[in-house]
Design a protein around this ligand. Sequence first.
Ligand SMILES: N[C@@H](CCC(=O)N[C@@H](CS)C(=O)NCC(=O)O)C(=O)O
Ligand SMILES: [Fe+2]
Length: 435
Amino acid sequence: MQPIKISETLSIGAQPTEVDFAVLASQGFKMVINDRPDAEDAVQPGSTAEAKAAEEAGMAYAFIPVTGPAITDADVFAFQKGLRLAPGPVFAHCKTGMRALTLHALGEVLGGRMDADEVIAFGNRHGFDLAGAKAWLDRRATLNPQVTGFYDPRTFSVQYVVTDPATKRCAIVDPVLDFDEKSGATATTPADAILAYVRERGLTVEWILDTHPHADHFSAAQYLKAQTGAQTAIGEQVVAVQKLWKGLYNWPELAADGSQWDRLFAHGERFKLGSLDVSVLFSPGHTLASITYVIGDAAFVHDTLFMPDGGTARADFPGGSAKALWASIQAILALPDETRLFTGHDYQPHGRAPRWESTVGQQKQSNAHIVERDEAAFVALREARDKTLSMPKLILHALQVNIRGGRLPEPESNGRRYLKIPLDALVGAAWDDAP
Ligand SMILES: N[C@@H](CCC(=O)N[C@@H](CS)C(=O)NCC(=O)O)C(=O)O
Ligand SMILES: [Fe+2]
């Protein structure tokens, strides 16, 4: 049993005998991690005897038994946590040291400190073949979606193509249909760029998912459904938004029953994207109907959290609530720290280049509206800020399209489509903005 030094905090090695524990303590180790299940062979001391030997030698002890292919994310994080909380240098062992080094390398990759492609060379440097670790990472990559964001600079929106690598089936999230309020022109340019991407990669579009009825742009869901035959979906509370706007638009013929989508999702509902599981979180606050799609290690949070430097979405549209937004954000931040969060807008704070991907851990550490705030402080900040924001320039144009699933108004007898704008229906006029 010769410890192999990996870093200042970690050494790994083969199975020590009970007598070796005193030697490890004399070499300065403060903790032993045993990654070997009990009773693998007749001569190993086993976790009870090891724990006793560690205690007698004045060292902390952790038992994280694993077998190669069955390693889970939880094992990797338990190993990392052991290292983090150790009172000093750690000696981690299994039978040969291979599993201990594997757990460490996997933790480095999942934590973003090592590239998956460096794992083999890293193992070789320490005299181990980590091909199994690399295979584990490759397998894991197929359990998570590939995500490509498409930024729409006119509306600062981010649209996504989310692909299951195993089946090449994909979902399009929150696609934008171009609308120019000055000329009244519509165009499918952003949606066509997404279709070109999908075609080039040979993907099959299975879903067109909206996170909420958008107030600042038209949804391209119907256009994309016509082009791909994919199913459209949104949160089931869209019905409440339809009822609210049916009144505002004085629109008796609007069916306020969600029938404009192929599927309506409830909180906690699950569905499949190719071979991947998708689960739905109800995330109200920005709108009455907002939902988050959680797909593998990725969550599509749209207008809840923006990038950490952008803070959070506004909560003052009809049906909005800063208190509800706080609760929705807490539920998102309860996902594992490594969860990739994909936001729906990036307003490029301080003029920086657009960005849309963060992690739960980063948001907890540095979101400008959340860090060091409790619910009351957040609600106060959000409501004060919302008072300074005028309504999105397209809110009245967009909602009548988006509460019909992205359908433009039916053409009139001359073949033209017309929007209907209620006057003096909303607060938040531009001239009411705080200076
Ligand atoms: N100036 C934009 C504002 C759009 C807007 O209000 N966006 C919402 C999301 S749909 C938001 O949360 N904005 C936050 C902010 O502007 O601080 C427009 O007119 O379209
Ligand atoms: Fe929004």
